[in-house]
Design a protein around this ligand. Structure first.
Ligand code: GLA
Length: 354
C-alpha cells in the first residue's frame, strides 16, 4: 500500500518502504525523563513510510491523511506541522553524513495524530530507519531511537524522554518492553492471551508541544535542583513527605515519580507471572496518581476510565503524555467485544484505537 501511494504521488518507485508501529504505554508515565522504568508495547496500527533520495536539497512529504505536498529545501527550515518531523530527520541524517541530498517521502498512517500514541516518534524513527537503509549505515535501533529523541528535544522543542522512540524502534507485537530509561536496557515480556489491552481514544485531542508537558518537566526540574539528582524515581517517600522545603505542587509531582516507578517494576513482575488482577490494580493506582499527584488527567479522561471500570475492566488508566488522548484498559479476552460496545455506548466522542 505504501509503495503504491508513493508511486501515485511521485511517479516513481520508492527505494525503501517500512512500517513503524505506534505505541501504548501500559504503565510508567512521565518517569522516562526522571530515571524510571516504563512498560510500553507496540500497537498494530502505525505508519508505513516510503522514501526515495533526490538529486537536490529538497525534502517533499506527502501523506494519505492530508491534501497536497509539503516541501522545503534543507538549507531553509520547514515549520509546517506534522511534516517537520520528517524534514528534521533528513536534515539530521545529512548533518551526520549519512546522506548528501533531500528526499521524497510518502506516509500512509493508521495512527491518529494527537492521540498520545507516538505518531511523531513513529514518523521520526521511520524516516531515520529508511535513511539508514538507503545509506547502508550501521546504526542499531537504540541509536535510531536516540537520534529521534534529539529531533523532538532540539528541533521541535518538546523536552520528552526516550520511551516513545525506544518503543516504536524496538518493541515487537505481542510483547511489552520493560525499559530502563537510564541505561536503555530492556526486557521483552510476552502479553497474556487471557486478557487484552484495549486502547480507547477519549475524543479529546492534545499536542505535546502545547506547553503542558513542558510545564510538568519544569516542575520536575525544580525537584532535581532541590535534591541535586536527575533521578527522582530513586528518591524515597521519606525524602518528600513532610519535606517543608519542597513547595507544592512539586512535592506531589515527585511523589508520583517515586510511586509510579515502583508500580511499574511491580507491574512488570505481575505481567511476567501472568497475575493480571494485580496488574489491573496497579493500573488503577497509576491513574489516581496521574490524576491527583501529577495532575495530567482531564475530566473527560477520568469519566472514560471510570466507565471502563464500571463495565468490568480489571484495570484502566490514562496513557501517554496526558491532558487528553487515550486510555488503556485491561479486560478479559472473553467478552472484550461486549465490554467495548458498552463503554463506547456510554461515552460519546470516544472510539477504539486497538
Ligand atoms: C510523551 C513523551 C514520553 C513520555 C510520555 C509520558 O509520550 O514523549 O517521553 O514522557 O509522554 O509518560
Amino acid at each position: 500500500m505504501g509503495e503504491v501511494f508513493f508511486k501515485e504521488r511521485f511517479g516513481a518507485r520508492p527505494e525503501v518502504t517500512l512500517f513503524v508501529p505506534g505505541r501504548v504505554n501500559l504503565i510508567g508515565e512521565h518517569i522516562d525523563y526522571n530515571g524510571g522504568r516504563v512498560l510500553p508495547c507496540a500497537l498494530g496500527v502505525g505508519s508505513t513510510l516510503s522514501l526515495k533520495m533526490r538529486q537536490d536539497d529538497q525534502v517533499t512529504v506527502v501523506s494519505d491523511k492530508f491534501e497536497g505536498a509539503i516541501s522545503a529545501s534543507l538549507s531553509d527550515d520547514m515549520n509546517q506541522g506534522w511534516a517537520r518531523y520528517a524534514f528534521y530527520a533528513v536534515r539530521l541524517a545529512k548533518r551526520l553524513g549519512w546522506v548528501e541530498r533531500g528526499a521524497d517521502i510518502a506516509l500512509v498512517s493508521t495512527l491518529s495524530h494527537g492521540a498520545g500514541l507516538s505518531s511523531s516518534a513513529a514518523l521520526c524513527v521511520a524516516v531515520i530507519k529508511a535513511l539508514r537503509d538507503v545509506s547502508s549505515m550501521s546504526a542499531d535501533d537504540v541509536e535510531i531511537a536516540q537520534l529521534a529523541r534529539r529531533i523532538e528535544n532540539e528541533d521541535i522543542g518538546v523536552p520528552c524522554g526516550i520511551m516513545d522512540q525506544m518503543a516504536v524502534a524496538v518493541a515487537k507485537p505481542g510483547q511489552a518492553l520493560f525499559l530502563d530509561t537510564e541505561s536503555l536496557d530492556y526486557d521483552p515480556i510476552p502479553l497474556p492471551t487471557s486478557h487484552r489491552f484495549v486502547v480507547l481514544h477519549s475524543g479529546i485531542h492534545r499536542e505535546l508541544a502545547d506547553g503542558r508537558y513542558g510545564a510538568r518537566k519544569q516542575e520536575c526540574d525544580v525537584a532535581k535542583e532541590h535534591f541535586g539528582t536527575n533521578d527522582l524515581c530513586h528518591l524515597t517517600l521519606d525524602d518528600v513527605v513532610g519535606n517543608g522545603a519542597l513547595p507544592e505542587p512539586v512535592r506531589r509531582r515527585v511523589r508520583h515519580c517515586i510511586t509510579e516507578h515502583h508500580r511499574t517494576v511491580s507491574a512488570a513482575t505481575a505481567l511476567r507471572d501472568q497475575r493480571m488482577t494485580d496488574f489491573g490494580m496497579l493500573m488503577d493506582e497509576s491513574h489516581l496518581s496521574m490524576r491527583d499527584d501529577f495532575e495530567m488527567s482531564v475530566p473527560g479522561i477520568d469519566r472514560l476510565v471510570e466507565e471502563a471500570k464500571v463495565q468490568g475492566a480489571i484495570g484502566a488508566r490514562l496513557t501517554g503524555g496526558g491532558f487528553g488522548g487515550c486510555i488503556v484498559a485491561c479486560v478479559a479476552a472473553d467478552g472484550a467485544e461486549d465490554w467495548e460496545r458498552r463503554v463506547l455506548e456510554a461515552s460519546p466522542g470516544a472510539f477504539r484505537v486497538q
